[in-house]
Design a protein around this ligand. Structure first.
Ligand SMILES: Nc1nc2c(ncn2[C@@H]2O[C@H](COP(=O)(O)OP(=O)(O)OP(=O)(O)O)[C@@H](O)[C@H]2O)c(=O)[nH]1
Ligand SMILES: [Mg+2]
Length: 438
């Protein structure tokens, strides 16, 4: 799938991973990414914006995240932003749901109808197909041929107009209790306006639940015009991009369509019935970059970004550091986990130097949490009242050594004085990175 784009993006990433990140390597990496995307026909402005965003924060990773991880994360996030963040699913009603598929000639409508029929049949829906293509004599035969092995009926009658076929077919299949009814239409028209008017006519006669535009992925940026025209006419309409198997310009088609705001629900990746995939931008991007497990890296980095929110940092900088803050910050470091474990699962087995001893920090966090729990609220908010006898009581309550309690307090005071010292400077990240050295 999109193998060319995927392999060039993958190469760029591998090259970055094999080097130390400097201004020069970053520039080269961004150029590689640009080249890969532009070659796949992604809009140049979109590409420039994307690499500019990566560049802007590349050297400012949150605490505990290496530059490389962060750059990878930013690349992923920007690509996902380009393609739409969340997967979208067509509406399914309880009794029966009608899908109308439209598109220009040869875009893959008939094949996609068969693929959708197969997809929903595998989910145990009772699926029926209506052939409303009257222009192509072999359309009915084509559908029957495609569907003969999976036992799905095709409704068609000689001598009827496409509108008559669509409405009588839907009525009949509804009466017979079909849950999913797919209407295949003719793709005679080359220009958008006639396509749209036909769509409206059929639309008005059957009032489908889901109208889907089928777009050929090999046309690259051109896909945008179709998607735009369609999206204006059918704001709730979905898009399926076909022929993405090995399509050099598929990246362009997908990004162009996504840019119009029309949700892509499936992509077609071959001629066989099974070659249909639900479109999930995040999974798609992971695969483009060649990282099955990029998702977990991304989740971890996002969590850290959340826990080190600016508001928190500002509060801490203003001297309101609490014991809980200290523990939360330490914990966020452990959640990242070493990227090396993810990378070593890949062929080639990359080894990345670990900057943090996660296990040690995890141990500490576990103890510190127990310690916090055995403190009174007053002790937690005013640690200065904790004398030796309180230390003893807290340690006993937490099931740890007294020195663990002292260690937490020591770290807390050290952190507080560090904050005092650098307060006024906008060196937040350095401060937080300092915490990992405790
Ligand atoms: N490689 C590949 N070929 C596809 C895909 N989808 C459709 N095709 C092929 O594209 C050609 C046209 O597909 P159809 O489904 O007949 O297209 P259509 O939109 O129904 O065409 P008309 O009804 O003539 O407008 C056929 O040879 C299909 O096998 C796909 O995802 N990948
Ligand atoms: Mg057809």
């Amino acid at each position: 799938m999109l193998s060319l784009l995927s392999s060039s993006l993958n190469q760029a990433v591998q090259k970055l991973l094999g080097r130390t990140v400097t201004d020069v390597t970053l520039r080269e990496y961004l150029r590689d990414i640009q080249r890969a995307l532009i070659k796949a026909d992604v809009d140049v402005n979109l590409v420039l914006n994307l690499t500019e965003s990566i560049k802007k924060s590349a050297f400012n990773p949150p605490p505990g995240v290496t530059r490389k991880d962060h750059i990878l994360y930013l690349t992923y996030k920007e690509l996902v932003k380009l393609l739409g963040e969340k997967p979208v699913h067509p509406t399914l009603k309880r009794d029966s749901t009608v899908f109308l598929l439209v598109g220009i000639q040869g875009s893959g409508k008939t094949t996609t109808v068969a693929k959708l029929a197969n997809f929903y049949k595998n989910k145990n829906y009772k699926v029926g197909v209506v052939c409303a293509d009257t222009y192509r004599p072999a359309a009915y035969e084509q559908l029957k041929q495609l569907l003969k092995n999976i036992d799905i009926p095709v409704w068609w009658e000689k001598g009827k107009s496409s509108i008559e076929l669509a409405s009588s077919g839907v009525k009949k299949l509804k009466e017979e209790g079909f849950n999913i009814i797919l209407i295949d239409t003719a793709g005679r028209h080359r220009d958008e306006s006639t396509l749209m008017s036909e769509m409206k006519l059929i639309h008005n006669s059957v009032n489908p639940d889901n109208t889907i535009l089928v777009v050929d992925g090999t046309i690259g940026q051109e896909a945008r015009r179709q998607a735009e025209a369609f999206h204006q006419q059918a704001p709730l309409g979905y898009i399926i991009v076909t022929k993405l198997d090995g399509a050099a310009r598929g990246g362009g088609a997908i990004s162009a369509v996504a840019a119009t705001g029309a949700p892509i629900i499936f992509i077609g990746t071959g001629e066989a019935l099974g070659d249909l995939e639900e479109f999930d931008p995040t999974r798609f991007v992971s695969r483009l970059l060649g990282y099955g497990d990029l998702k977990s890296l991304v989740e971890r980095v996002s969590r850290i970004e959340e826990s080190v929110s600016e508001e928190k940092i500002r509060a801490m900088m203003q001297g309101r550091l609490t014991l809980e803050d200290l523990v939360t910050q330490m914990e966020s470091l452990t959640k990242l986990g070493p990227l090396s474990s993810i990378l070593s699962m890949l062929p080639g087995g990359f080894k990345v130097r670990q900057s943090i001893d996660t296990e040690e920090i995890e141990n500490k966090v576990r103890k510190w949490k127990a310690i916090l729990n055995s403190m009174t609220p007053k002790e937690r908010s005013e640690p200065s009242i904790i004398n030796s006898s309180r230390v003893r009581r807290i340690a006993r309550g937490a099931g740890v050594e007294e020195r663990d309690v002292r260690d937490l307090l020591k770290n807390y005071y050290r952190m507080r004085s560090l904050i005092k010292r650098i307060r006024g400077r906008r060196d937040f990240r350095k401060l937080l990175r300092g915490m990992s050295g405790t």
